[in-house]
Ligand binder design. Structure first.
Ligand code: COI
Length: 340
């Protein structure tokens, strides 16, 4: 596959066919065995595989960047590896050996460098997956699994690019339950948001905010992004109480906000009222990076945020994180890892 047909200046968030993907296979007898880099292409599965029948699957999302120092870097890869382990554990997928995830990501990035956008155009999105492959009619964990990584060049996640989002808090659906699988990157968590999202986009909104299933006065997160609210000098985000995905951008924002901007950061309950009355509200995720909310609707009341993006703390935090990822500034946290 060549990179010739890609519209590099308008990448958006789409899956492009690239050169290769990485595959490893698990059986009870042999544990995880590397198959290595294979041509990008379709995967064949038993119709009775546990991923197709019961959703026994997880994924990760991370990115590689071209930097100002003329090299290619990954960002906080070890954190993705650790989250993958925690998701595997929750979904009864055997753990990958230590270092396996990071090496496989680097191998597939190195083999697909022709698909890495310039830093002005975007980044290379990396999508590791693991799923139960073996046939199992009863609701049981599979005996066979696949670990697969593919990559694709991406630009902006939201269609609007950086335009602030018109959002709505839903009390019709929950994303997940507090003691369920919300903290894991389980594939079904995302399928469950498709209908709520379709309904709100049909009404003209860009993003949906879910409430906590045990306490509907507090917010959880959006479809695929964590939420922050800034009021005066205090930045708040829901704590990792079970239904919240431990976002790596979420954690980066927490550290950057206090290190560079002296903000007080609180992880705890965030009420609907606090969200609606914030000075700034923004969404974070690997795919989304950081995107501001322009308005929030709840029960027919709409709050518009007056802060101009160009003067906002949201912009300053976003740009600081991007500056670290692109090596425009020194990385005080040791997050940026050059390809080895
Ligand atoms: C990511 O930010 O990488 C995610 O996992 C979101 C994805 C569902 C688009």
């Amino acid at each position: 596959m060549s990179n010739k047909n890609i519209d590099w200046d308008n990448l958006g968030f789409n899956a492009h066919e690239t050169k290769s993907m990485f595959r490893a296979n698990y059986t009870l007898e042999s544990n995880w065995q590397v198959e290595g880099l294979i041509p990008y292409g379709d995967v064949s599965l038993s119709p009775a595989s546990t991923v197709l029948n019961y959703g026994q699957g997880i994924f990760e999302g991370t990115k590689a960047y071209q930097t100002s120092r003329e090299r290619v870097v990954c960002f906080r890869l070890e954190d993705n590896a650790n989250r993958f382990l925690s998701s595997s554990d929750r979904m009864c997928i055997p753990p990958l050996p230590k270092g396996f995830f990071e090496k496989a990501v680097q191998d597939v990035v190195k083999d697909n460098l022709e698909f890495l956008p310039s830093k002005e155009q975007g980044s290379l999105y990396i999508r590791p997956l693991a799923f139960g492959e073996g046939p199992m009619l009863g609701v049981k964990a599979s005996d066979n699994f696949t670990f697969l990584i593919y990559v694709t060049p991406v630009g902006s996640y939201f269609k609007s690019g950086l335009k602030s989002l018109n959002t709505i808090i839903t009390d019709k659906y929950h994303r997940t339950a507090t003691k369920s699988v919300g903290f894991a990157k389980a594939i079904g968590n995302y399928a469950g948001t498709l209908l709520p999202f379709k309904e709100i986009t049909d009404q003209g909104y860009d993003e949906i905010i879910f409430l906590n299933s045990s306490d509907e006065n507090i917010i959880d997160e959006a479809r695929s992004a964590n939420i922050f609210v800034l009021k005066d000098n205090i930045l708040k985000t829901p704590s990792l109480q079970g239904s919240i995905l431990p976002g790596i951008t979420r954690d980066s924002v927490i550290k950057v906000a206090s290190h560079f901007f002296n903000l007080e950061v609180h992880e705890g309950d965030v009420t609907i009222e606090e969200l609606m009355n914030g000075d700034e509200v923004f969404f974070t995720g690997t795919a989304a990076v950081i995107v501001p909310a322009g308005s929030i609707n709840y029960k027919n009341k709409t709050m518009e945020f007056d802060a101009k993006y160009n003067d906002s703390m949201t912009k300053q935090i976003r740009e600081k994180i991007i500056d670290i990822q692109h090596e425009n500034i020194e990385d005080p946290f040791g997050w940026v890892i050059p390809l080895r």
